[in-house]
Design a protein around this ligand. Sequence first.
Ligand code: TXA
Ligand code: MG
Length: 354
Amino acid sequence: MESVKIDMETKIIKIENVKHQAAAIEAAAAVIKSGGIVAFPTETVYGLGANGLSAEASAGIYEAKGRPSDNPLILHISDMKMLESIAAEVTTAAKKLLAAFCPGPITLILKHKPVVPLRITGGLDTVGIRMPDNDVARALIKSAGMPIAAPSANISGRPSPTTAKAVYRDMKGRIAMILDGGPCTFGIESTIVDCTSTVPTVLRPGAITMEMLAEVLGRVQLDGALSGGDSIPKAPGMKYTHYAPRVPLTLLEGVPEHMADGFAKAIAKFEAEGHTVGLIASREIAEILQHEPTYVYGDQGDIDAIAACLYEALRSFDDVPVDMLLGEGTTDKGLGLAVMNRLHKASGFRTIKV
Ligand code: TXA
Ligand code: MG
């Protein structure tokens, strides 16, 4: 890979009130319009934004992230007119999803018009389109007056950032500006739905759950590669290593009643082998184990809370002297499907059944 310059001054601008800070939003939009990169908050995770209709501007994103060039970018829009300017056809499924969930944490895959550069789509005839439900994001897109291409604002392979501080940690010196809109509400990336297939297909689970989609669409399926099949994932990004903490993570999976015992045994085994172990676990398990260091990710079964801090949990061990992590699995129902998808990827599918 080409060497990346990391000597740029990266400005962080705190946005407390979009209406009162129009000048700051305009300054960020000016960076985008001139071909630069601005990191911005969304309701899912922070994005790394550039002019979505410029191949050259988007090339800067791949460089800053160290991202493989065949992995396409999502275009972020602020209104339906922008959608019509880039989508060749808005399918029936897409219309239903737009009405039910947009703006919100969902990305629609649709056939694109020729204005969308090949560099953004990785050469596919489709493009991911998303209308974020976040004031700062919407104001930025509106002020730029164009779709903004944005992947999650992490170095490729690392956990996605859910705070401006986490963005700064990965992107310092690599991008011009970070808009700090506080922590993200959902904490995991949008649900991706392929709206071009006969049966709408979820390529990446997220906060808009299978159950919610089924209610609106009737039929919906999970991409075979996600449900344990060995087919190649349809979202090119899903085949890469992802969300990896600094040290290896092993996931404990099983019923809550067996968790504490499973953890105790695993900790004893790994410590006997000379490892220093960190834990990511529920409050209930942490209270029983009294192990240091432990990141408490929420109450057992409180999936909303767990999703919101999952990536912070993985990043929290960046500077802690441990050489392995043990994480507590959750249910895979509802939002749990997305949480377990991210935990499986973060652990490279290393699991212990308890
Ligand atoms: O919540 C989100 O979606 C965040 C925020 C910033 O909006 N963005 C995000 O982007 O997660 P990124 O680039 O980190 O992940 C986008 C995923 C990748 O796995 C990519 O391969 C897939 O979407 N994707 C993009 N365009 C696609 C297409 N035309 N067909 C199939 N998959 C696509
Ligand atoms: Mg990403």
